[in-house]
Write a protein that binds this ligand. Sequence first.
Ligand SMILES: [Zn+2]
Length: 228
Amino acid sequence: MKNYFYLGKKEPEYRQLLSQSCIRIEDKVIPLSRVVSAEQVHGSHIHICTKDDSGAGFGDKAKIAAADGLITQVPHQYLMIRTADCAPVLMMDKRHRAVAAVHSGREGTRQNIVRKAIDMLQQHFGILPQDLCVWVGACICAEHYQVSPELYEEFITSMQEQGLHPKLNKDNQLDIRLAVFQQLLSAGVAFRDIDQDMNCTHEDHGYHSFRRDGGNLRQINLVGIEHE
Ligand SMILES: [Zn+2]
């Protein structure tokens, strides 16, 4: 067994896929009937997928309702998270028992959705935090993510309640990437097993950015377990 993962850039774009039957990434072809996508609502609910969830969100099949995290142990089922400034977080067990895909934006990060995914991997599949490799994709940087004083306070307070040390600044800028990194470490994932893409989606025009462009274009991010 091996893990497959993909952290997206502008192409292939999510909405273009809806009229197609597969995703083409370089020389890899993934049928959409094997992909699972969820209705992302900036919450912290995580859905554990079954074989029957394959294809959710494509063709006539509804998305998984209201979930910002997906977990599977089904080989050749690919979990999709869509992002445009929020952080995509892909978790892989080194022994290939299960994988997780998480959408961690401001609200998901505030609610520590990555911790929830790590706890569920342990409870349901016996996967310890130190068994994980985690990839965090490009997201908006603090400099480009200024929010209202109210949202800033709420976020910082939640981080402190989690025992974390958010980077404080007087301009109400939120550092999602740093927060997710601290949450992963705090949950027990080893420093060497966390890989972060340091690109800012707002600065780098190779990515879709909701703050920069508005609209509904999204990066796709995928993770799955495959046979050798
Ligand atoms: Zn930036």
